[in-house]
Design a protein around this ligand. Structure first.
Ligand code: F6R
Length: 287
C-alpha cells in the first residue's frame, strides 16, 4: 500500500491492471526493479520471494547483492521459490537453475540456504514433487512478490503457448523456440533439455504481486501482446492482465511496440504526484 507523504493516509494505486514503468535502458530498469524488491524485504523481513532465472533478472540480482553489501539489506528471514528447473539436470549441473541462483544471488547474500527452494530436476516422482512444491509455497504463507521474465513466445516460467491459464506446478515440454533461445547457455541446441518442472500460470497468479521484467527489442512483440492483447493461453504472460497487482518494468526497446505508452506515462506521473503528497495537482479534494 502507498501512503500519503503528508499524513499517512492510504493512497490509491492508480494503475488498473498492469502498471507499466518504462526506463531508458535495462540497467536503469534493473535498479528500479531491485528497489521494488528491497522495499518489500525491508518492510516485511520474512517475506516470500518468487524468483526467475535467465538473462533478464541478472542485473537485478547484482543490484540486490550490492544493496546487501553496501546498505545491509538483510535476507536472513527471506524465503524464496524459483519458478522452474530443467528436467534431468542435477542441482550441481552448471546449467541447472539451482546453480544459476547460487552463483548469481544466494552465495552472495545472507539468505538461509534451507529457505531457498528450486524445483528438483531429478526428482524420482515428479508428480509428488510438484504437489509438494505447491504445498511448500502454501505453507510458507504464499509468494509476496514474484519476479518474472518473459520468453519471446510470451511464456512466463516455462508455461509455453497453449498452457492452461489455471495450470499448477508440473512437467512441461519446451517449444523449439525456447530451446533455441536457451541454446546459448548450453553451447548448442542439442544439449538443451526438452522438459522442465515449472510453476503453472495458476500458481503464479496466486502470488500477491508480480514484477514482470523485459529488456530488449526481441521482447517487444511478446510485451505488446501481454499487456495490450487479448488474454490467451497462446501468450501465457497475458494471463497477468487478470492479476490485481502487476508491475511491468521495461526498457525502451521492450516497450517500443506498446500502443498506449503515453497513457502509461500519465499514470506514472500521477502516481509520482500522489507519492510526493502533491494530490492537489490531481484534483483530489480537501488539500
Ligand atoms: C526462467 C523463466 C523463463 C525466462 C524467460 C526469459 O526462470 O522462467 O520464463 O524468464 O525464458 O528468459 P531470458 O531472461 O533469458 O530472456
Amino acid at each position: 500500500m502507498i501512503v500519503s507523504a503528508k499524513d499517512s493516509r492510504p493512497l490509491p494505486l492508480l494503475a488498473g491492471n498492469v502498471r507499466v514503468i518504462i526506463e531508458p535502458d535495462s540497467e536503469a530498469a534493473s535498479r528500479r526493479a531491485a528497489r521494488f524488491v528491497a522495499a518489500l524485504v525491508r518492510k516485511k523481513p520474512h517475506c516470500v520471494l518468487g524468483l526467475a532465472t535467465g538473462s533478464t533478472p541478472l542485473a537485478v540480482y547484482r543490484e540486490l547483492i550490492r544493496m546487501h553489501k553496501d546498505e545491509g539489506l538483510d535476507f536472513s528471514q527471506v524465503t524464496t521459490f524459483n519458478l522452474d528447473e530443467y528436467v534431468g539436470l542435477s542441482s550441481i549441473h552448471p546449467q541447472s537453475y539451482r546453480q544459476f541462483m547460487q552463483l548469481n544471488l544466494f552465495d552472495h547474500i545472507n539468505i538461509d540456504p534451507t529457505n531457498t527452494n528450486v524445483p528438483d530436476g531429478r526428482a524420482l516422482d515428479f508428480e509428488a514433487h510438484c504437489r509438494q512444491y505447491e504445498q511448500r509455497i502454501h505453507d510458507s504463507g504464499g509468494i509476496d512478490l514474484q519476479i518474472l521474465g518473459i520468453g519471446s513466445d510470451g511464456h512466463i516460467a516455462f508455461n509455453e503457448p497453449g498452457s492452461s491459464l489455471g495450470s499448477r506446478t508440473r512437467l512441461k515440454t519446451l517449444t523449439s523456440e525456447t530451446i533455441r533461445d536457451n541454446a546459448r547457455f548450453f553451447g548448442g541446441v542439442e544439449k538443451v533439455p526438452h522438459l522442465a518442472v515449472t510453476m503453472g500460470v495458476g500458481t503464479i497468479l496466486e502470488s500477491r504481486r508480480c514484477l514482470l521484467l523485459a529488456f530488449g527489442g526481441h521482447k517487444a512483440e511478446a510485451i505488446q501482446k501481454t499487456i495490450e492483447g487479448p488474454v490467451t493461453a497462446q501468450v501465457t504472460a497475458s494471463a497477468l492482465q487478470l492479476h490485481r497487482e502487476v508491475v511491468a518494468i521495461l526498457d525502451e526497446a521492450a516497450a517500443s511496440l506498446l500502443v498506449r505508452r503515453d497513457y502509461y506515462a500519465e499514470v506514472e506521473r500521477a502516481q509520482s504526484l500522489l507519492e510526493a503528497g502533491q494530490e492537489r495537482h490531481l484534483g483530489i479534494a480537501n488539500q
